[in-house]
Each structure stands twice: as C-alpha cells, then as structure tokens.
Design a protein. Sequence first.
Length: 95
Amino acid sequence: RPLPSRYSEIILSKDWHVPGKGQRNRRRHRTTHGKISFVELSKKVSSAWSIIDPETKRFCDDACDLGLLQYKLALVEYKKKVGEVKVSKKEGCSS
C-alpha cells in the first residue's frame, strides 16, 4: 500500500510498525569516570540538603511544586488529546 502523497518522500524501515522494537537492544554498559561513586554523590547531596537554609529550601519546594503542577496540567491535556483522537477514530469508522 503506497504512502499518502505528503509522506511520499519518507523512507520507512521494513519493521517500522513493530511495537517495542527499540527496547530489544540493550544499552551498553558504560564505565564510570571513577571520580565519585553514586553512593558518595547521594551522600553529599543528602548532607547538603540537611543543612540548607529555610529560605532556599522554600524556594526549591515552590519551584518543585510549580514544576509538578505544570507536569500534571500537561498530562491532563495530553490525555484529553489522546482521548479525543481515539474517540474520533471510532466515530469515523465506516465498517
């Protein structure tokens, strides 16, 4: 089946439609730089957060709350959009 005219220039691989095909290839193991381990890094971050001043902590908490709100609003919009697309596909079926 040929592609629609606006997509005629696109070259698709033969397995473009296979779901999860990108997950089949495992990521290569990456060696660490050896400067600091993850455990050491997390301990340093934790100790820094334990002595942070209240004003800075409040600022970071507010920034976090704002980011979370933006994420939730974007998620709601996405779900509405996906839901509308699914509904319109069902309504548009001729068979």
